[in-house]
Design a protein around this ligand. Structure first.
Ligand code: AMP
Ligand code: MG
Length: 527
């Protein structure tokens, strides 16, 4: 190449680089387009407040897949400006941070004054599919609703919420999600001093049953109506022009809850704090505190350290929801009829649909876990009865819930059951069940290939087990206390749990149920 054309090429390259640089700095400034509809509600719904600036923020993890869905460029999130945004250190253009107010029934008792005590909503964004999402910082300092709390989150509960919410999403369960976990560099005082962190949480909205209760408890039904109208516009726009739109709202929320809880029950998920302030009207799982996936199958299982009476034990979850929905219905009675008592029968009727819908969704998911499509089982009570017998055997034998379902594939194909599974003993009871199961499948004329497919798509190979989460938390806390930002173990578990139906190599340890010495008997909210 001659000197002249060489120089010419260099000039062209420089120009291209400078254009790209300009573009990328522009991108970094204008990367997030906020559109904050919650601010259209009356002032009493929130307080404007800035997040506390962390002393030494550092990225623990950024969720690249979610960033992509939300139209947030990863190069921006990974930049210094991105960290400023994710840690709440700088408020970007368009963000108008608020803490929202709510009330709630906590373990059956009404608390009239709650709210975002340790969370701040940065604003709302529109994702690639044109859906609206909240971006909220959890653990970002005190707010007017903190009461006695410090507004902080420790690293452990942040990692727990990150892993479990992303696992739930991958299992196809509606949930808030985790865009990032940030270490704050600050200390949090609990029973001991712990490293601080914050979670960047993404949700379809943060409207809770408790948000309705806050205004209803004060007799402010105009505000309840504003909230109901806002909820309809944001989540259920089809109801907008309906004559009975508030009954429609109650009905849709009830249906979504029935679907949600059926999904929780099918994977053995225990929320732990199903208070009305922790129940989102969008139908997403929200507020991962002392939640856990069950290891041994036990309908009475409770993990939460604060659930002394077992109010939110595994088998009570579908029973609690109608109670919570009744609290929601009460807030809307004056919107439905001039004389609220006249609206009771219709509201009651809607809440009663929860049970039948829940049962339908639950059966649909559960019969598929033993390989049978719902279309073949819905008129045949034998199939669900058969499933129930299987659950009874698991209960008697204290067998692992998740892995016991995985063995069915092996029984069907004659493959050896991996040692890691630790499942029911092949005693007479179980052998009889398997024999009956095979003859039932034959009797129904089901194609073996279809049965296998049903088993594969409805039985996760991996769930985030409590003892693994605890190990990861301990490792991460230890590393951070030694000044090391090493979250490899956390990333590894998050990665496999984000693909739960896949056969992962070298993941035996994560699939194994806990040894007696590893069992976690209690989980904590970490507040
Ligand atoms: P939760 O049990 O996590 O659903 O929280 C119940 C209420 O307590 C909510 O209003 C929270 O905002 C508030 N809260 C929980 N932990 C803290 C904390 N560390 N600081 C301030 N408020 C908190
Ligand atoms: Mg909560």
């Amino acid at each position: 190449m001659c000197t002249k054309s060489y120089i010419f090429s260099i000039i062209i390259i420089r120009n291209i680089v400078s254009i790209l640089n300009k573009k990328s700095s522009q991108l970094k400034q204008d990367s997030i387009h906020f559109s904050n509809s919650y601010l259209t509600l009356p002032d009493d719904f929130y307080t404007k407040i800035k997040p506390r600036i962390p002393s030494k923020p550092a990225v623990v993890n950024i969720n690249a897949a979610l960033a992509e869905e939300l139209n947030l460029p990863l190069d921006y999130l990974n930049s210094v400006k991105g960290l400023d945004f994710l840690s709440g250190s700088k408020i970007v253009t368009g963000s108008d941070p608020i803490a929202t107010v709510y009330a709630g029934h906590q373990f059956g008792h009404f608390s009239p004054q709650l709210g975002d005590g340790r969370a701040i909503l940065l604003g709302e964004v529109i994702d690639k599919r044109n859906k609206r999402f909240d971006i909220q910082l959890k653990g970002s300092g005190r707010t007017p609703y903190s009461r006695g709390g410090d507004g902080n989150a420790a690293l452990g509960p942040v990692l727990r919420e990150y892993i479990v919410s992303e696992a739930m999403h991958a299992l196809g369960i509606p949930t808030t999600r985790s865009l990032a976990a940030i270490s704050t560099g600050d200390k949090v005082v609990r029973e001991r001093i712990l490293p601080g962190a914050l979670l960047v949480r993404v949700a379809q909205s943060h409207i809770r049953i408790g948000t309705f209760e806050f205004f209803a408890a004060r007799g402010r039904f105009n505000d309840v109506a504003s909230l109901a109208d806002y909820s309809i516009k944001r989540h259920f726009p089809k109801l907008k022009d309906k004559k009975d739109k508030y009954l429609g709202l109650l009905n849709t929320i009830t249906l979504r809850q029935a679907k949600l809880i059926a999904k929780w029950m099918s994977v053995g998920f225990i929320h732990g704090v199903m208070n009305t302030d922790n129940m989102s009207i969008s139908g997403e799982t929200i507020d991962y505190g002392p939640c856990a996936f069950m290891d041994e199958y036990d309908p009475d299982q409770v993990y939460s350290s604060i659930d002394h009476q077992g109010r939110y034990k595994f088998s009570n979850q579908p029973k609690v929801v109608p109670w919570n929905l009744s609290r929601l219905a009460e807030t809307m009675l004056p919107l439905i009829a001039k004389k609220p008592e006249e609206a009771v029968p219709e509201a009651q009727k809607i809440i009663e649909t929860f049970e039948t819908n829940y049962q339908k969704f639950f059966e649909k998911l559960m019969v598929r876990k033993i390989g049978v499509p719902f279309s073949k089982s819905k008129n045949d009570r034998k199939v669900f009865g058969h499933l129930q017998k299987f659950l009874n055997i698991l209960k008697d034998q204290k067998a692992d819930y998740t892995n016991s379902f995985l063995t069915l594939e092996n029984h069907l194909t004659g493959k050896i059951i991996p040692k890691a599974y630790s499942t029911p003993d092949l005693n007479t009871q179980m052998e009889l069940w398997l024999k009956d199961w095979i003859s039932m499948l034959n009797h129904m004329n089901l194609d073996k290939k279809d049965v296998l497919k049903n088993l594969k798509v409805s039985n996760p190979r991996i769930i985030p087990r409590n003892h693994q989460i605890e190990k990861i938390i301990q490792k991460s806390v230890f590393n951070i206390q030694k000044g090391r930002l090493d979250f490899t173990a956390f990333e590894n578990l998050t990665r496999v749990c984000s693909n739960p139906f896949k056969q992962h190599t070298n993941a035996d340890k994560l699939i194994l149920p806990p040894l007696a010495s590893e069992k976690v008997y209690e989980t904590f909210c970490g507040t």
